[in-house]
Design a protein around this ligand. Structure first.
Ligand SMILES: [Zn+2]
Length: 188
């Protein structure tokens, strides 16, 4: 479930940052191996979580730096976190049908449609959890943690409900090499 975002974040990192990330490529391979094997040992899981958390934190730091005007972590509010989460939607792979789409509510639409791709709720929820922990792991206090803001909780709940109603479908790039539908949608 999380590997989609892992890959997006890794891609995102490599495009936005130069080489200050410790080998995201090899970690990605490790991720794929772990996902396809039955059960990774617990210690592996912990270090994977920690390295993902560190990468997410770096990505967020880079986002703050590239923000116009630049944003300081200490000035981040829940509203800025929402802005960040919406920004990540452009890397999303989950189709979320609009209420006006004929496939709204269909778990398996028979044809492509121009509805947008978004980050799946589960990915965002896990990401916010990691960043929330990272904020406090980097010296932030729980009271000032923007990832724990009420606005963020409400947003995540709204995303979850919206996606549940629309029955978003995760498009797996590897399984869908021939994804004309998605390309057509992007061109409209
Ligand atoms: Zn649709």
């Amino acid at each position: 479930m999380m590997s989609g975002l892992d890959q997006e974040i890794a891609l995102h990192c490599s495009s936005m940052m130069n080489s200050n990330i410790p080998s995201p490529t090899s970690e990605n391979n490790a991720t794929n191996v772990a996902a396809s094997s039955n059960k990774p040992p617990p210690s592996c899981h912990v270090s994977r979580y920690e390295s993902q958390k560190r990468r997410d934190w770096n990505t967020f730091g880079q986002y703050l730096k590239n923000h116009k005007p630049p944003l300081q972590l200490s000035r981040c509010s829940g509203a800025h976190i929402l802005e960040f989460l919406r920004y990540l939607d452009q890397f999303g792979k989950t189709k979320v049908h609009c209420p006006s789409c004929p496939f709204f509510g269909h778990p398996q639409p028979p044809a492509p449609c121009p509805c947008p791709l978004r980050q799946a709720w589960g990915s965002l929820d896990a990401l916010v959890g990691r960043l929330r922990a990272a904020f406090e792991g980097n010296g932030g206090t729980p009271e000032l943690n923007p990832f724990g803001a009420r606005a963020v909780r409400l947003y995540l709940r709204e995303v979850r409900d919206t996606q549940a109603r629309a029955r978003g479908i995760a498009y797996d790039k590897k399984k869908r090499k021939n994804n004309k539908g998605i390309n057509n949608m992007m061109n409209h």
